[in-house]
Design a protein around this ligand. Sequence first.
Ligand code: SF4
Length: 378
Amino acid sequence: VKHLFAEVGPIRPPSESRSLLIRFSRNCPWNKCLFCPAYKNEKFSLRSLDELKRELLYLSEIYTKLKSALNNTTLYELSSNLKQYFPEEQLHDAHRMLHWIYHQEFNIFIQDADPLLRKPSQLIELLSLLKQLFPETNRITSYARATTINRFSTEELFLLKNSGLSRIHMGLESGSDNVLKFVCKGFKSKDVVDACNKLKQAGIESSLYIMPGLGGKNYTKEHVTETIRTINLAKPNFLRLRTIGLNSQIPLYYKFASGEFLILSEEEIVKEINDIIQGIEVELNLYSDHNLNLLMEINGTLPKDKNKLLSIIKRFLSFSEQKKILFILSRRMNKVFELGEFLSFSPDEEIQDLFEQIKHLNKEEREKFFLRLRSQNL
Ligand code: SF4
């Protein structure tokens, strides 16, 4: 199949950056979440089973060719001489497959936002084909809306698990139904609890995203307490933090601009994270792996690492006002990624200039400035 390009969707979780991306469906069938920049103005569509099967065969032909070439050459040489092995139109996919081989992790991520919204029999066929064509595959993961998981029976989920599906990433965003309603998430926190429980019964891991700051000033208390309650009920295997960011591509931005949505300060968002960590009573792996987060080193296993993670936050909160601002600027300008790095970092001219620009702003204006800076990382 010479002239086919494999389709790739626009986003994947940070933890799937080395995974082979396979696009089962395009865009998002819901598309209404007010905080979400992805897929806006794009229509959801299922890709046909035949088209997908052809694409998987095409990728596996490239994969097999690369593997046999590697019997006689090194990965580095192959990468510089790919043109000798593949026609021009296949080079992009050959690079992707080589990247997959290079990292030796052999994970597959299925796209886009809700790719399991398809008949279970078709999903089983596609997953089985993936395992057959790429026998080295380690884990297969996917995004899904909680309501999509809840459409399956436990038996169907069990069959998906047996066909290779090992982990599902779901957006919880907030445990508060008021916040979920405010941002048009389209389900309640109980739906996520049910989905996690179903997945657990089927032996599929769950990874939940929550969005610190999403309740703004009006809902911050409820956002925290209800998120804690929901996580303790859902008991996900993984919990990931993704701080709210806003720009003009995001519908919620306009509620912020009109004054209806009152944003929290960077410090208040960190305090929300602090309280959530404190309240979690179940065992899970916590990750701060999104560049929108201020403190990127909040990674660990709860409850074991609880005190360690809380002490990182405490350290930030103990900074003087000026030091906090300098850290936030350095972090938001991507000069440092962790608090530890900042302790040995002397703010350069660019950071000093920004500091001079904002030091006289009132707190509200300063926070709007920080929001703009961090939203460049969206
Ligand atoms: S379900 Fe996910 S992809 Fe779809 S609009 Fe909501 S956050 Fe965005």
